[in-house]
Design a protein. Structure first.
Length: 354
């Protein structure tokens, strides 16, 4: 199966072969569709495989949504309506008891609040087509796993509550807030939280038979609420419900590699890329993962990025001035090692040699 490829400038030929692992996965039938887009200083290149035909093919980004939502929340800090060390209970008065009075906005955005990744009743909520308000209610009452700030626990529910605070302050649903404050200013033309008015047929379908447990895990009874369902695609989950193209994601990461001021003040963008707690907790920024464990083993320690359980990956490295985005339909747990990481490593290693 041949790939479609565009070279923006001649230097892109330096990237030949970096997407081989993805191409081989598609050719074998393991992966149905993928797009890889890379940028190194002034050179861009992209490859589209299988059912994806261009760099503008739209995928479910999964947890790459998190830094995008975090950026939308941080616009309120720039406006003076929110501070990172504000207590959550000041904005969500229902959030009380079990040390919840100690949780701050910073904790929510850096996975140090003690809130879980998913709620115990996650499957029931999704199978009943619950709205985001039901997830918010569950996150308000679920027990904290530890004292806020003392440990790291990857937390989709922390991002959800940060989003809920932004919604209450702004008076806008997050779908509109993120479009007005992030996607629109950066020209991310295909990006949306939820469907954005599109038909399901316009989007790349996830290979749900290899999905994560919370997404149905291929259970035939989950077809009305899994990653491909209209319910999930349009829910607009702030922890994983954004859609976008590889070119959209490159635009987002470029604005943190070279802050334009279109979304955040440069100092605020830089704060999002700083470790928020001690190394003993974990290297996490605000919404972003930091360092090699969240990007590539060949990146510098200053790199920042995120992955998504639908099979997505994105990172930028200030030292090499490189950006890598890989969007696939093969869930991250579908195969180990995943071709997205092999391609990412191949690109990062190539950049070291240029």
């Amino acid at each position: 199966m041949m790939s479609n490829r565009v070279e923006v400038i001649d230097q892109a030929s330096s990237f030949d072969g970096v997407a081989r692992a993805i191409e081989e996965s598609v050719q074998s039938g393991q992966m149905k569709a993928a797009v890889m887009m890379v940028r190194h200083r002034d050179a861009d290149a992209w490859w589209a495989f299988g059912e994806a035909k261009s760099a503008d093919s739209v995928f479910l980004l999964a947890s790459i949504t998190k830094p995008m939502v975090a950026a939308a929340v941080m616009t309120l800090c720039d406006a003076g309506e929110l501070r990172l060390d504000d207590r959550v209970e000041a904005f969500l008065p229902e959030f009380r008891g079990n040390n919840r009075n100690l949780v701050t906005i910073r904790h929510l955005l850096s996975h140090a609040s003690g809130l879980p990744d998913q709620l115990p009743e996650n499957r029931q909520l999704r199978s009943s087509h619950a709205g985001l308000d039901a997830f918010v209610a569950g996150a308000m009452r679920v027990p904290l796993a530890f004292s806020p700030g003392s440990k790291f626990l990857y937390s989709s529910m922390g991002i959800l509550l940060a989003s809920e605070i932004a919604v209450r302050i702004s008076g806008m649903p997050m779908k509109r807030l993120i479009n007005d404050r992030v996607f629109g200013p950066l020209g991310m033309q295909s990006a949306s939280l939820g469907l954005g008015g599109r038909a399901l047929s316009m989007l790349m379908r996830c290979q749900t038979e290899q999905a994560a447990a919370e997404a149905g895990a291929g259970d035939t009874n989950s077809a009305t609420w899994d990653w491909n369902s209209r319910y999930w695609r349009d829910l607009g989950a702030p922890w994983g419900g954004a859609h976008g193209s590889a070119s959209d994601v490159v635009k987002f990461f470029t604005d943190f590699l070279h802050p334009s001021g279109k979304v955040l003040k440069p100092a605020t963008a830089a704060e999002m890329l700083q470790r928020q707690f001690s190394p003993a907790v974990v290297s996490r920024g605000l919404g972003f993962g930091l360092g090699r464990s969240n990007t590539s083993r060949y990146c510098s320690g200053d790199a920042f990025g995120h992955t998504g359980s639908t099979g997505t990956l994105a990172w930028a490295d200030p030292k090499s001035q490189a950006i890598c985005v890989v969007l696939t339909t093969l869930p991250s747990g579908g195969v180990d090692p995943h071709p997205r990481q092999a391609a990412s490593d191949a690109y990062a290693n190539r950049i070291r040699q240029i």
